[in-house]
Ligand binder design. Structure first.
Ligand code: PMV
Length: 340
């Protein structure tokens, strides 16, 4: 099925390299309205739309070339050869099966990532997005960004949002083959917005999102509430972005993340990505808010928190959370849109 969908997109384009190597960078993205639950597990088709913020400075740079003499794919991550037994290797190699001219065409892939892998920082999102962009360059397909988004989604759902900067909505789509399920950038920017990463642990997640997302719709009572709540949250978040209403923005994002984590816990077997430090930091954020500092958090499939706040509060946030890594998601675009 994946091969058929890819064949549809590529429309007989060739698997003959047009240059020695294809190379591309893709940024990571953090969902503010989360993707949780699939209507098709093979094609990574979501139950609902989701909305993310791209972190332009963080991501993965991937170089790919064909290595005809090799009898297997060879993958390097940050300079080290990746073991064939690892999930990362197996997923990447399985995804590449759809792009081989012959069964024995093999690739060498070199990826440099400036975020930890598999710790809920959307490393698979930027990894898969960089990989499809690198393939597009190697074979010179010249696909549209929407087509690349569909390809990236087939590798890892959230990757389809990593093709654009700023706010990106992933439309769930309705087609069975998922060709209408891809990202779309929002026109609004918010230069004063800041996202701060609080790293608690870089270790890999105990349960893959793939597995956890299977459990939720089948076993969680709370999941019944999810599709309607996501629709409400998406509308609220878009209004907040348009009106630059930070309280609405932060409250909606934080509540959406908390409902997703409640659903995970409510699944059988229960899934919990938090550590004791995660809960302490959540409480610290709530305490700061009760003292008048407008700071909110979101959390993905890992223990680490991402804080949301505005530029005017950056100093206060840095003082209270000295270990924070702060990103200005719209900084590069501000430069880009300045008149020459
Ligand atoms: O695309 P995946 O399988 O990495 O799942 C992403 C799941 C969350 O990060 C928890 C939510 C999201 O929308 O990114």
């Amino acid at each position: 099925m994946i091969k058929d969908v890819i064949a549809d997109i590529l429309n007989k384009k060739s698997f003959q390299p047009q240059r020695e190597a294809g190379e591309a960078f893709a940024p990571t993205n953090i969902a503010l309205i989360k993707y949780w639950g699939k209507r098709d597990h093979q094609l990574n088709l979501p139950v609902t739309n989701s909305l993310s913020l791209t972190l332009s400075e963080l991501g993965a740079k991937t170089k790919i070339r064909l290595t005809p003499a090799s009898n297997k794919d060879v993958i390097f991550l940050n300079g080290d050869a990746v073991s064939e037994d690892s999930t990362f290797y197996q997923r990447t190699s399985a995804f590449l099966n759809a792009f081989r001219e012959h069964e024995n065409s093999h690739f060498t892939i070199e990826t440099q990532a400036n975020i930890p892998v598999s710790a809920g920082l959307a490393s698979s999102a930027c990894g898969m997005a960089a990989l499809v962009k690198a393939l597009d360059s190697l074979f010179d397909w010249q696909l549209s960004t929407e087509q690349l988004s569909v390809l990236a989604r087939l590798g890892s759902g959230s990757a389809c949002r990593s093709l654009w900067p700023g706010f990106v909505e992933w439309h769930a789509g309705t087609l069975e083959n998922g060709l209408d399920s891809h990202g779309q950038p929002l026109s609004h920017q918010w230069p004063a917005l800041r996202l701060g990463i609080l790293m608690i642990s870089e270790s890999q997640k105990p349960v893959s999102t793939r597995e956890a997302m299977k459990r939720a719709p089948m076993t969680s009572y709370l999941y019944k509430k999810w599709p309607n709540q996501v629709e409400t949250d998406l509308n609220a978040l878009k209004t907040a972005i348009e009106e630059k209403n930070f309280t609405l923005f932060g409250t909606t994002s934080e509540n959406n993340a908390l409902l997703m984590h409640a659903i995970m816990e409510d699944s059988t077997p229960s899934v919990n990505y938090s550590l004791p430090e995660t809960l302490q930091l959540r409480q610290k954020v709530w305490h700061c808010r009760s003292q008048g500092l407008p700071v909110f958090f979101t959390q993905d499939a890992g223990p680490n928190l991402k804080l949301l706040f505005l530029e005017k509060d950056q100093k206060a946030v840095e003082t209270l959370f000295p270990e924070i890594k702060i990103i200005a998601p719209f900084a590069n675009q501000e430069v880009a849109i300045e008149p020459a």
